[in-house]
Ligand binder design. Structure first.
Ligand SMILES: [Zn+2]
Length: 339
């Protein structure tokens, strides 16, 4: 009981201290990062830490900066690693003809899906659900081995892929509105709207829960995301019509360059019509990330993480991450991105 109270106190205190700090950090970095989509991923991993039970909280809290900062490694890896891109999405509508429910057509288990469609096809149209499950296994093994590097690496990574699986535009071939003359909608939904509104969201999602069936859980998230697409596309068209195309964009200074962005007015009207969708999805993603971390730890036999406290990730891991950064800053993306 005493532990629990302490734990609650730590959460409240840490949230109060941590929130303003990372907000300042973000504003400063805003102009130096390549993509805005980073913002949401960092927030998801960071807040997921606060959903964890006391046995995990100490370790995760100690590494909260790592988990926040490296929430975006998988996106950076798209510039360094062949085969990374399909891990971030699934074009589920590719598999269905008009009126069919694609979720009834694509087998949920990897082997069944490979048998039905071939691995090449799955890789072409994205493998996010299966990659989340693979990461969960890897994280579980890292817990079993009490390998601090791998626990951190896979915790940060799985947080990213789970986040992607919740985003409607990560579940369609029309991922950037390119097929419906709505090009740019990807960044509008997952970056612009989040960036403007993130401070007004309520992030209380409660405690992480054990996920009995991880496969079903991630597919349910994808299904929810996919069925929200209708609103995502429709409201963009409606707001464009209602406000007029001349009010759709404005120009903002980013460092030394001026870039065209969706105007504040357009973005906020779109956000209003989405009726809480972005916040709801962000919260669901946070709850899922915390629950996946927790489930991997339980399935590993609940190892005592206090032995791992006050230890840092190895130089080797940090070197590896640095080289991904360098590739990212200098390289060209290998596969799909939505800048
Ligand atoms: Zn991603």
């Amino acid at each position: 009981m005493g532990n629990w109270l302490n734990y609650k106190k730590t959460i409240i205190l840490s949230t109060l201290i941590a929130l303003p700090l990372f907000l300042i950090g973000w504003n400063e970095k805003q102009s130096s990062i390549k993509r805005w989509g980073f913002f949401g991923h960092k927030r998801i991993n960071r807040i997921a830490v606060f959903t964890l039970p006391p046995e995990m909280f100490g370790f995760y809290k100690e590494h909260i900066e790592y988990l926040t900062e490296h929430a975006v490694d998988p996106d950076k890896r798209r510039y360094a690693v062949e085969g990374e891109a399909p891990r971030h999405y699934i074009d589920i509508d590719h598999y269905a003809k008009d009126g069919e429910n694609p979720f009834e057509i694509v087998p949920k288990r990897w082997n069944d899906a490979v048998q039905k469609f071939s691995e090449d096809t799955l890789q072409t149209y994205g493998i996010v659900p299966w990659h989340v499950l693979l990461m969960k296994k890897k994280l579980q093994r890292a817990f079993e081995a009490k390998n601090i590097d791998l626990i951190l690496k896979y915790s940060a990574d799985i947080g990213h892929y789970i986040g992607d699986a919740h985003v409607p535009l990560h579940t369609t071939e029309n991922y950037n509105g390119q097929l419906t003359n709505q090009k740019g909608i990807h960044g509008l939904w997952e970056s612009r709207l989040v960036e403007i509104n993130a401070e007004n969201y309520d992030y209380f999602v409660g405690k992480s829960k054990y996920i009995k069936n991880t496969n079903e859980h991630i597919w349910k998230a994808l299904q929810t995301a996919h069925f929200a697409l209708d609103s995502v596309f429709r409201f963009e068209i409606e707001v464009t019509k209602d406000l007029g195309t001349d009010k759709k964009y404005s120009f903002e200074k980013r460092g030394n360059t001026t870039v065209r962005v969706y105007s504040y007015e357009f973005s906020q009207e779109y956000h209003r019509r989405l009726n809480g969708m972005v916040e709801r999805i962000l919260k669901n993603a946070i709850a899922s990330v915390g629950s996946f971390w927790y489930t991997a730890w339980v399935d590993a036999g609940q190892p005592d993480l206090s032995d791992l406290q006050n230890k840092k990730p190895s130089e080797k891991l940090l070197e590896e991450l640095k080289s991904i950064d360098e590739e990212y800053l200098s390289g060209k993306a290998k596969g799909r991105i939505c800048e």
